[in-house]
Write a protein that binds this ligand. Structure first.
Ligand code: GAP
Length: 443
């Protein structure tokens, strides 16, 4: 981990430059929920698009869906979430704060000066199970019969659509169903900015395979998922590692699980989980719905309930590691400046266009170029302040390319193209600018 990056620096930069704001801030904020600003949503959009292309459109036999957040309550009985989606909770008898029993060592008491739970002299209660699903009521009557849950994972929306996709898409195992969408968990100890929140966005893929082929597909997806982080998002390999679960760490539905962990400023922790969920979910939904969720293979004349390999990750957590991994500081003209060294394809703004002077037709020419580039990419136009300051403003939000219109542009239709990392400038004819940027952004 770079010595210069801290959570505090990232939280401040995220707010100052419009990546992430505290939700409902003018009312004092609201329990670990966050809003994404103009740059944050561009970064999120790039994460989703990269994942979608890598997992779905670039492959055969993986399709996307978008299932409802509110689902039949029986879904959550079948999946085991009603009975078992809980964390152990303890209360401090003195300050009444609640903590996850297995996170007490890292938790802080809300009293000031803050201490570890129990250090304030307050006794902790016995641990009891706390279900993490948010409950709501569907329809105008608030009674037990109308209770529904906000989904705590997107996965179940794909299991309950297994038959629909199989039949409408004429798929056969091995095939996958993927989706991106919001999930909700009433986490006992959310925290570390957007690392653990109560409302978050997941990208999950359920890959249905013939039993007996599951181990090899598990290995396949573990490798593929790690490759995406390093080769496509540009995350440094030394900041990533696998954590393979011991049998006693596995969830009730899993035969095997590997987390991809990232080295955050607060230590190594989960980024993504890759699990072999066996046939647990399809069998349970078959049992609870009364529908046959097995697959009949016409070629081999075999009937089986597919096993499922599931890579599952949160978009918010990826946004956090992209900012942490890209963060750098250097000294320019005696000032320490922050630079986000995003890979160009994930950078929220791809290029910024500047007139060197606010006269001699340079602003008009720069606006023409800006209008041309904006048809393809998210770009900015900036004519305020010295050119050095304008470059630094863009470096801080991770814009990989700066295009400057100067005196020579007006004579020969060339601009300077500045690279954020090398700070080298090259002259490029305006009529080659789009091709040159495309080559550099899309590699
Ligand atoms: N369908 C399996 C599943 O949901 P999970 O490990 O509970 O597995 C998958 O969640 C991923 O979703 C995690 O690796 C993490 O990236 C993200 N995630 C889970 N809970 C989160 C939370 N409270 N806040 C932010 N991201 C979360």
């Amino acid at each position: 981990m770079s010595t210069t990056v801290t959570m505090e620096k990232i939280v401040n930069l995220a707010k100052r430059r419009g990546f992430v704001f505290q939700s409902s801030e003018i009312y004092g904020g609201f329990g670990s929920t966050w809003d994404y600003g103009p740059l944050g949503i561009e970064l999120k959009r790039n994460i989703r698009e990269s994942w979608w292309r890598y997992m779905i459109t670039s492959r055969d036999h993986i399709v996307g869906i978008e299932s409802a957040i509110l689902m039949h309550p029986r879904v959550w009985e079948a999946s085991g979430h009603v009975a078992g989606f809980s964390d152990p909770l303890v209360d401090c008898k003195k300050c009444k704060a609640r903590f996850r029993a297995d996170h007490v060592a890292q938790a802080q008491c809300p009293e000031k000066p803050s201490k570890h739970p129990g250090e304030c002299g307050g006794e902790l209660t016995e641990a009891r199970q706390f279900n993490l699903m948010f409950k709501t009521f569907v329809g105008p009557v608030e009674e037990d019969a109308s209770v529904a849950f906000l989904r705590p994972e997107t996965a179940q929306g794909m299991f309950v659509n297994f038959l629909n996709v199989l039949q409408s898409g004429r798929q056969k195992p091995p095939f996958g169903i993927a989706q991106i969408g919001k999930s909700f968990r009433n986490e006992i100890t959310p925290g570390n900015f957007i690392f653990r929140t109560r409302e978050f966005e997941q990208m999950e893929m359920e890959f249905f395979v013939k039993p007996g082929r599951d181990d090899e597909w598990f290995e396949f997806w573990r490798t593929e998922r790690m490759r995406w982080y390093t080769e496509h998002l540009g995350i440094k390999a030394e900041h990533l590692r696998f954590h393979h679960y011991a049998p006693d760490e596995l969830a009730h539905y899993a035969k095997a699980c590997s987390d991809i962990e990232y080295e955050y400023p607060f230590g190594w922790s989960e980024l993504e989980g890759v699990a072999n969920r066996t046939d647990f979910d399809l069998k349970r939904h078959a049992e609870y719905s009364g529908k046959d969720l097995s697959f009949y293979d016409e070629e081999t004349k075999e009937r089986f309930v597919p096993y499922v390999i599931e890579p599952a990750v949160g978009v918010d957590r990826i946004l956090l590691i992209l900012m942490l991994d890209a963060y750098d500081e250097d000294v320019a003209e005696g000032e320490t400046r922050a630079v986000l060294r995003f890979k160009p394809c994930v950078a929220p703004v791809k290029a910024a266009v500047f007139p060197l002077l606010r006269k001699d037709g340079q602003p008009e020419k720069a606006r023409e170029i800006y209008t041309l580039l904006k048809q393809r990419w998210t770009v900015q136009y900036d004519q305020a302040g010295s050119i050095g300051r304008r470059y630094r403003r863009q470096d801080e939000i991770g814009t990989p390319f700066g295009i400057t219109v100067d005196h020579q542009t007006m004579a020969d239709n060339t601009v300077t193209l500045r690279d954020r990392d090398s700070m080298q400038q090259e002259r490029v004819p305006i009529d080659r600018l789009v091709d040159e940027l495309q080559r550099r952004i899309e590699g």
